[in-house]
Design a protein around this ligand. Structure first.
Ligand code: DX5
Ligand code: ZN
Length: 247
């Protein structure tokens, strides 16, 4: 079955002591996912710490499935080259953190901003350009309370918007329903501006919320607990595909 909706299983819910087995289980299956989603957390921007560039580099050696790297870190300017060098195919930054001097000023996974100065807009453009210069695709992510209107200056220069449908930091949380209207806001803005955008939703996605999210505008679904958290990740991935393929 093929579908226009892309699926990005999150390795955050995979078996960290048997990662290669868990990765290959899906990437070498009959219908591999379109992406592997990798959650990078620094213990500052979010209250959790996960993995870094060596992990991305090691992963790149065992799969050709594109790597979707989600940076939940303060001051991504300092570290984004590490992930590009390691083989990220898509690198997504949080708009709340992608500002000069943002280090330490946006503690906690509820970090939000209500406006961007012209200087901050230009700064974010330079980060997106650095990702593109490395040959990767560039994404911007928003926490649940950050207004989608702040993305308006970037529709021409980003490839993907990642809307958090939980407060970032942990897998297995419940989908925040307000994310649906936000997905539609981004879809409508992209259409109005003629931007060919990937719209990714991340957090609490299962077969049920996947349908709602796709109807609202998502075309890339991250799922951790609902895929790698299940006894049969292949069947779990198929279940989500089946739930959205007719939409
Ligand atoms: C949370 C991460 C997500 C996480 C999603 O901060 O960004 O990618 O893995 O996990 P589930 O699908 O279990 O909500
Ligand atoms: Zn993520």
């Amino acid at each position: 079955m093929t579908t226009h909706v892309q699926i990005a299983p999150s390795l955050l819910s995979a078996d960290f002591l048997n990662l290669e087995r868990h990765v290959r289980l899906l990437t070498e299956s009959a219908e591999p996912p379109e992406w592997l989603h990798i959650d990078v957390m620094d213990g500052h921007f979010v209250p959790n710490l996960t993995i870094g560039p060596p992990f991305v580099r090691a992963l790149k050696r065992i799969t050709t499935v594109p790597l979707d790297v989600h940076l939940m870190i303060d001051n991504p300017s300092e570290q984004l080259d590490w992930y590009l060098d390691a083989g990220a195919d898509l690198l997504t930054l949080h708009l709340e953190a992608a500002r000069p001097g943002a280090r330490g000023t946006q503690k906690g996974s509820s970090a939000t901003i209500k406006e961007l100065s012209q200087g901050e807009v230009e700064y974010t453009h330079t980060l997106l350009a650095r990702i593109h210069a490395a040959g990767a695709r560039a994404g911007l992510s928003l926490n649940p309370e950050t207004p989608t209107g702040l993305l308006l200056p970037f529709y021409e220069s980003m490839d993907l918007v990642l809307l958090m449908s939980v407060h970032p930091g942990f897998g297995g949380q419940s989908f925040i329903p307000e994310a649906l209207v936000r997905l539609t806001e981004v879809r409508d803005a992209a259409q109005a501006l003629g931007a060919n955008l990937l719209i990714e939703v991340d957090g609490g996605i299962d077969a049920d919320t996947a349908q709602l999210a796709v109807e609202a505008g998502a075309n890339v679904l991250v799922a951790g607990q609902a895929i790698y958290g299940q006894a049969d990740p292949i069947a779990a991935l198929q279940k989500i595909r089946a739930a959205v393929h007719h939409l």
